[in-house]
Design a protein. Structure first.
Length: 141
């Protein structure tokens, strides 16, 4: 038997359509229910603004979102990741870190002299620079 997950327990988005006729025989427009969640800190601010407006919450929300000149900015799209290149770069970075750690240990223990250490550190820096150049030229999917 499959385990229940949060995804499977989520309720589908409900749309309640409310259409009616007022006391004078005038047809009311169809109304659609919408709900949203806020962090508690934002909810306090929201509630304060609603109270200060003297409006009901739904009136305030409609006024703020629909009738106000709110500027909506589209979020930047995150490009797809080339997983093969990412995997290779992660492996290479791990290898460079291991080499650097061993070089530092060898230098501290006196197993290599300062000149050789400096030369090898320059080589590692050049490899790092080359990796960054390659990464800059990788096309995203």
């Amino acid at each position: 038997m499959a385990k229940d997950t949060k995804e499977s327990k989520k309720k589908p988005l409900r749309k309640k359509m409310i259409v009616g006729v007022d006391g004078q025989g005038i047809v009311k427009p169809a109304m659609v229910m919408r709900g949203f969640r806020l962090p508690e800190s934002d909810a306090v601010i929201f509630d304060q603004k609603v109270a200060a407006s003297g409006m009901k919450t739904s009136e305030f929300f409609r006024e703020a979102v629909i009738r106000n000149k709110t500027v909506v900015h589209e979020r930047a799209k995150i490009p797809a990741i080339n997983h093969e290149v990412l995997h290779l770069l992660l492996k290479q970075g791990n290898n460079l870190n291991q080499i650097a750690r061993h070089l530092n240990e060898a230098k501290l223990s006196g197993a290599i002299n300062s000149e050789l250490f400096a030369s090898l550190v320059r080589e590692l820096a050049e490899m790092n620079k080359t990796s960054k150049t390659i990464l800059g030229n990788v096309k995203v999917n």
